[in-house]
Design a protein around this ligand. Structure first.
Ligand code: MN
Length: 483
C-alpha cells in the first residue's frame, strides 16, 4: 500500500524525500492496529486512501503525511505532544487542525453542520491544507458510505452536496467538486442516479462516433494553422447533467447529443487564434460565446466557451484554454503553489500571486462575516450563496467590472464598490432606467448607484442583499446604530 502511494507522488515529485512520509505511514499503521471501519476494512486503509486522494491533486509530502495521521488524535491514544515530537510543528498542527474541525454532536444536524463549517473556515487562517485534508476525508467517507445507517447516509450526502461540493468549486478544484456531487447524488436519489448512469453509458457508445467525427473535422481545419493544440473529449459529471435536465426542463434524450470538446494550447493569444479559426470554419451558435479568459470566474477559472453546429446538426460545446488554465481548473487552489519544507509558500507559474491572494482574500472575508452570523441557518445559507458558482458581471458607469453571485441586487453591487456607497444608496439606474433596490442584476448591465447622505441601512435591506459582504456591513451598521 505504501508503494502505491509513493508511486503516485513520484509522478509529480520525482525527487521527493519520502522518509517522513514512511515514518508517518508506519506510525499511523501501528497506532490504528486492530481498528476497523464500518465496512469491516482495516481502519488504516482509510488513512492511506485519503492521502491518495490528496496525491491526485499533487499535494506536498507534509500534507500527505498529515493525511496518514489525520485520525490519530481522535481515534487512538497518541497525544498532540507525541505527534509534535515525532513529526515537527508543521505536520502536527495540520493534524490538530483536522481534529479540531472534528465531528460535533448536536441533536440538530443543521446546527452541527454550521459549527463544523465555522471551525473549518477558522482553520483556513492557519493553513489551507487543513481544509484540503478535510475535503479528501469527506470524499473517501462518501465512497464507503453504504455501510452506514440510511439516515446518516442521507445527512452526510446532503451536507456534501450542499456545502462541500460548492466549496470545492469555489476553491476551483473541479475534479473534487464533480466527484463529491456524483457520490452524493447516488445516495440522495438512487433511482435517478441508476437510470441516468445507464443512459449515459449507452449514449457514450453512441456518441463515440460523433466525437471522432468532430475531432477529425476540427483537427483537419486547425492543423495547418501553425498553432499548437491538443483536442480531447470532455467528461461530464452525472449530477451536472441531472441539474441541466431540471433547469432546462428537458429529457436526457434532448440534451445528451451535445458533445463536449476541449482545446488546450500554449498561450492566451493562441486561445483567441483557435477561437477565430473555429468561428471561421464552423457555425457558432449565437449567444453561446463566453470569454472567461479576460473575465475569469470568481474562483479564477479561465477558458473561452463557445458552441458550434456541425454536420447532421450535431452541437459541440467547445472550451479553449492554455495548459496553465487547465491545470488550475483541475486542481484549483492546490495548483498554485507548493509548500517548501519549512512551510513557506513557494509559488509557481505566472499570475499566481494574484490568484492565491484572490482566493485567500475571499476566505478571509468569509471568516470576517461568519463572526456576525450567530444563527446557524442564516450562516449556512449565506455561506452557500457565497460559494455560488453562477455569477453575473455588472459594470459601473466608469466601466469597471463587478463580479457578483447570480441573484445579486443593486445593494450588493453598491457594497461591492464601497461600504460608504452601500450605506447611503437609495436607488439604482440600470441602462438609464430607475430600478428598485431588490432588482436582480444581469450580466452586461451598467448599474449606477444613487446615493443620498441622509439614507441609512434598515432591517429590510437584509431581505434584499444576498452577498455576505453586503449583509455583514448592513448588520454592522445596524448594530452600531443600536449602541
Ligand atoms: Mn477520517
Amino acid at each position: 500500500m505504501l508503494t502505491e502511494l509513493t508511486d503516485l507522488i513520484k509522478g509529480y515529485l520525482p525527487e521527493a524525500d519520502f522518509s517522513i512520509l514512511e515514518k508517518a505511514y508506519n506510525f499511523a499503521k501501528t497506532a490504528h492496529a486492530g481498528q476497523s471501519r464500518a465496512s469491516g476494512e482495516d481502519f488504516f486503509s482509510h488513512c492511506v486512501e485519503v492521502a491518495k486522494i490528496l496525491a491526485s491533486i499533487k499535494l506536498d509530502i507534509p500534507t500527505l503525511s498529515a493525511a496518514l495521521l489525520h485520525d490519530i488524535l481522535e481515534d487512538t491514544t497518541v497525544t498532540e505532544a507525541e505527534l509534535k515530537k515525532e513529526f515537527g510543528d508543521e505536520i502536527a498542527s495540520m493534524v490538530e487542525g483536522v481534529t479540531k474541525i472534528g465531528s460535533y454532536h448536536f441533536s440538530d444536524p443543521e446546527e452541527a453542520h454550521a459549527e463544523n463549517w465555522r471551525k473549518m473556515l477558522l482553520a483556513v487562517t492557519k493553513d489551507i491544507r487543513v481544509i484540503l485534508i478535510k475535503l479528501a476525508d469527506r470524499i473517501h467517507n462518501l465512497k464507503t458510505i453504504k455501510y452506514l445507517p440510511a439516515e446518516k447516509q442521507k445527512d452526510i450526502a446532503s451536507e456534501s452536496l450542499n456545502l462541500y461540493a460548492p466549496f470545492a468549486q469555489r476553491l476551483g478544484i473541479y475534479k473534487w467538486k464533480n466527484e463529491i456531487e456524483d457520490l452524493s447524488f447516488e445516495v440522495l436519489e438512487p433511482e435517478e442516479y441508476k437510470i441516468l448512469f445507464e443512459k449515459i453509458s449507452i449514449s457514450k457508445e453512441n456518441n463515440a462516433q460523433n466525437i471522432d467525427l468532430w475531432k477529425k473535422l476540427i483537427t483537419e481545419k486547425l492543423e495547418g494553422s501553425g498553432i499548437n493544440f491538443r483536442l480531447s473529449a470532455r467528461p461530464k459529471n452525472l449530477y451536472g447533467i441531472y441539474k441541466k435536465m431540471q433547469r432546462q426542463n428537458k429529457s436526457f434524450e434532448e440534451i445528451q447529443d451535445v458533445i463536449g470538446l476541449r482545446l488546450i494550447t500554449d498561450s492566451v493569444a493562441n486561445c483567441y487564434g483557435l477561437l477565430g479559426l473555429i468561428n471561421t470554419y464552423f457555425s457558432p451558435i449565437p449567444g453561446s460565446f463566453t470569454d472567461y479568459v479576460s473575465l475569469p470566474k470568481m474562483n479564477m477559472y479561465q477558458s473561452l466557451h463557445t458552441s458550434i453546429i456541425g454536420p447532421g446538426n450535431i452541437t459541440a460545446e467547445i472550451q479553449i484554454r492554455t495548459e496553465e488554465m487547465h491545470r488550475r481548473a483541475e486542481y484549483g487552489i492546490a495548483a498554485h503553489w507548493r509548500y517548501k519544507e519549512k512551510g513557506e509558500i513557494q509559488q509557481t507559474g505566472s499570475q499566481v500571486t494574484e490568484d492565491v491572494e484572490n482566493k485567500l482574500n475571499w476566505l478571509r472575508q468569509v471568516l470576517e462575516w461568519q463572526q456576525d452570523l450567530k444563527d446557524s441557518k442564516e450562516f449556512l445559507a449565506t455561506f452557500k450563496a457565497e460559494c455560488e458558482f453562477e455569477q453575473v458581471f455588472v459594470f459601473t458607469p466608469k466601466g469597471k467590472v463587478i463580479k457578483l453571485p447570480s441573484g445579486a441586487t443593486p445593494i450588493d453591487f453598491a457594497y461591492a464598490i464601497h461600504s460608504d456607497i452601500g450605506d447611503h444608496c437609495f436607488g439604482a439606474k440600470v441602462g438609464n432606467k430607475i430600478v428598485p433596490l431588490n432588482y436582480e442584476l444581469k450580466s452586461g448591465e451598467i448599474c449606477e448607484i444613487l446615493v443620498k447622505k441622509s439614507v441609512k441601512p434598515t432591517e429590510h435591506w437584509l431581505e434584499m442583499a444576498i452577498t455576505a459582504n453586503a449583509r455583514s456591513k448592513i448588520r454592522k451598521y445596524l448594530r452600531e446604530e443600536q449602541k
